[in-house]
Design a protein around this ligand. Structure first.
Ligand SMILES: NC(=O)c1ccc[n+]([C@@H]2O[C@H](COP(=O)([O-])OP(=O)(O)OC[C@H]3O[C@@H](n4cnc5c(N)ncnc54)[C@H](OP(=O)(O)O)[C@@H]3O)[C@@H](O)[C@H]2O)c1
Length: 357
């Protein structure tokens, strides 16, 4: 298969660096453009990230000498070179919408990590295993804008990846309510522990904006697509989000109550068999999607965040609790929750024929 030329906008940040490492030797995508803010422009990538490269593996050789372009300044030039951009930008939401729409308008597919377009009515917010049917919204988006090839697809917040996968196959038991507490690593804020002294030996019981996202984004993911619109559905979720002194990995402690009777054995079976993408054989898709640990002290962040190359979801400690159950979830926030999730979405778009190549 001929590889698709892709760009990364916001290539120098935490998520951008993750894209760079995950796309090395990717069978579908070939990085041909990297872009960031004016402070990085015109530097070779290795200079632009000097002193702030935080991945455990070195910068891929093929990437080191690529000259960083300006996201806004060089938008048209980037659009000429690529068919798809992965967006890992962190700037004002209005500007991000304008940049992402600008690429789509020039025929480029945009797969974004940013929240700017998550609530735009005709933009699908995709977790590939859970709501691939929402990709049908792309046709409406293109009609609304008069776009022929380009479009924007977004992925949801990193926090929800640690509990929405486990709740999804249980929706049929009539979930009444979900109470979730997330314990979120510092890379979720684009930082490392060494550079965040306030986080050392400390927990911060508030991540601005995160609880709202954790509570409402699942309702779009689970929403019903009717007449070109997504009707929000799903149970009420109450979230508390806490920043913890870990480099990577978001854990969730979840309590869920049901209208129908369901047993512990049934729940674990639902989780074990839930892997709707299995037959598509996408390069980044985990198999299994959810791994249930029987041990009382698992999942553990350090041991289990890299499950299935960071794309798997770990679950454990399922126990009865009044009208429902409690359990623990864990996912890698910059892989499954950001760059890896976006790459899997792009693979799905390829497989389903949304990118012509
Ligand atoms: N970290 C996670 O776990 C995670 C998970 C899910 C989603 N996200 C989302 O992904 C996005 C990126 O997060 P991050 O943690 O990677 O942030 P980050 O480390 O702060 O990186 C931000 C990137 O945006 C670029 N940028 C900033 N201002 C710009 C401007 N005015 N023009 C053009 N480029 C600009 C930066 O370029 P310079 O280096 O040149 O300044 C950098 O490449 C955010 O929207 C975040 O909410 C992050």
């Amino acid at each position: 298969m001929k590889k698709i030329p892709v760009g990364i906008i916001g290539a120098t940040g935490m998520v951008g660096q993750r894209f760079v490492t995950l796309l090395k030797n990717h069978p579908f995508f070939d990085i041909v453009a990297l872009a960031a803010s004016p402070r990085s422009v015109n530097q070779k990538y290795q200079q632009a990230v000097k002193g702030r490269w935080v991945m455990s593996e070195p910068i891929p050789k093929s990437i080191k000498n690529i000259r960083v372009m300006g996201v806004e300044k060089d938008l048209e030039e980037i659009a000429k070179r690529v068919e798809l951009v992965f967006s890992a930008l962190d700037m004002e939401k209005e500007k991000i919408r304008s940049v992402e729409d600008g690429f789509a308008n020039l025929g480029v597919v945009v797969v974004s990590n940013n929240s700017a377009h998550r609530w735009t009515k005709d933009v699908p917010m995709i977790m590939p295993e859970i709501n691939p049917q929402h990709l049908k919204l792309i046709k409406h988006q293109q009609e609304n804008h008069g776009w022929k090839r380009g479009f924007v697809v977004v992925k949801p917040n990193c926090s929800i990846q640690s509990y929405v996968p486990m709740l999804t196959p249980l929706l049929k038991y009539g979930i009444k309510k979900v109470v979730v507490t997330t314990l979120q690593a510092v890379s979720g804020a684009g930082k490392i522990l060494k550079d965040w002294p306030q986080m050392q030996e400390n927990l911060i019981p508030n991540i601005p904006g995160e609880e709202e996202k954790s509570e409402i984004e699942p309702s779009k993911i689970w929403g019903k697509l009717i007449d070109g619109q997504i009707k929000l559905t799903g149970p009420a979720i109450s979230a508390t989000c806490i920043r913890v002194p870990l480099e990577d990995g978001h854990m969730a402690a979840v309590a869920v109550s049901f209208k129908k009777k369901v047993s512990k054995k049934q729940i674990i079976n639902e989780w074990k068999k839930f892997n709707p993408l299995k037959f598509l054989k996408l390069p980044s898709a985990p198999n299994p999607f959810i791994t249930y640990f029987e041990e009382d002290d698992r999942p553990q962040t350090k041991l289990d965040r890299n499950l299935e190359d960071g794309m798997g979801i770990a679950a454990g400690r399922l126990r009865e609790d009044g009208e429902g159950f409690k359990f623990i979830g864990l996912s890698h926030n910059t892989i499954r929750g950001a760059a890896g999730g976006a790459i899997l979405t792009a693979e799905l778009l390829m497989k389903k024929g949304y990118i012509d190549g």
